[in-house]
Design a protein around this ligand. Structure first.
Ligand code: KIV
Length: 270
């Protein structure tokens, strides 16, 4: 997965998945990478933020994704609290993503400040994807879901973050919610691929949260999301129709039912 779009290679396509059927589909359509993102906290488990999701919950979903995906590279997102407390615990938890849940790599949020942890995990033999820019695990500390790196100081910090994660040995970096020309500049300044989400077209690849792009998350849609479907609406229509047909006796129809021979039934009634 070392391909840089600047070298004319096709861009890297990545999407999140959280369960067996979504992983199966993502894998079959040829996604290069599938991220079992901690966004599952909000879009699948209904938490208010990603902070609450636990290692056990992440591993549970990773295992389901592993069973669905055969070819895509699988990246498990290390949840808040699973790597910030020191290299030893970070390595122990990263190992669990590979050993227990069958992931190929892990992702963690942070730049310069998490570079030592990332380096330790890489040195233990586990591929690490970095994640800089908007860091959902830190939104309460950093003032909400805001575009990062708009002023010179912030932009310089992001460039340093990217270089620190590259230097730590990360194999790729997610750039989240940063201005497109800054993302392009960062992409051109490092050798490892950048995967953008709300970071413009100049990145080496793109990632989106599956429930956003298929229209299955009802709470909000970030500006950078393109909605390719309205699955929420489709499920709502199907369930409404099913409920109505059950209530008015239209379902099940003859074609959905099993038969029994007349004589067998007659003997039961006798
Ligand atoms: O958890 C997640 O889905 C992510 C993506 C937004 C990159 O980290």
């Amino acid at each position: 997965m070392g391909r840089k779009a600047t070298a004319g290679a096709p861009k890297i396509a990545m999407v999140t998945a959280y369960d067996y059927p979504s992983a199966l589909i993502a894998d079959r359509v040829g996604m290069d990478m599938i991220l079992v993102g901690d966004s599952l906290a909000m879009v699948v488990l209904g938490y208010d933020s990603t902070v609450s999701v636990t290692m056990e919950e992440m591993l549970h979903h990773c295992k389901a994704v592993r069973r669905g995906a055969k070819d895509s590279i699988l990246v498990g997102d290390m949840p808040f609290g699973s790597y910030q407390t020191g290299s030893e615990e970070a390595i122990r938890n990263a190992v669990r993503f590979l050993k227990e849940a069958g992931m190929d790599a892990v992702k963690l949020e942070g730049g310069v400040y998490q570079a030592e942890i990332a380096r330790a995990i890489v040195r233990s033999g586990i591929p690490v994807m970095g994640h800089i820019g908007l860091l959902p695990q830190l939104v309460s500390a950093t003032g909400g879901f805001k575009v990062q790196g708009r002023d010179e100081e912030g932009a310089r910090r992001l460039l340093e973050d990217a270089k620190a994660m590259e230097e730590a040995g990360c194999f790729a970096i997610v750039l989240e919610a940063i201005p497109d020309r800054l993302a392009t500049m960062i992409t051109n300044s490092i050798k490892i691929p950048t995967i953008g989400i709300g970071a413009g077209a100049g990145c080496d690849g793109q990632v989106l949260v599956m429930h956003d792009l298929i229209g299955l998350f009802d709470r909000f849609t970030p500006r950078f999301v393109k909605k390719y479907a309205n699955v929420y609406g489709m499920i709502e229509d199907a369930l409404t129709q099913y409920r109505d047909e059950v209530v008015n006796g239209q379902f099940p129809a003859t074609e959905h039912t099993f038969t029994i021979k007349d004589d067998v039934l007659a003997r039961l009634y006798a």
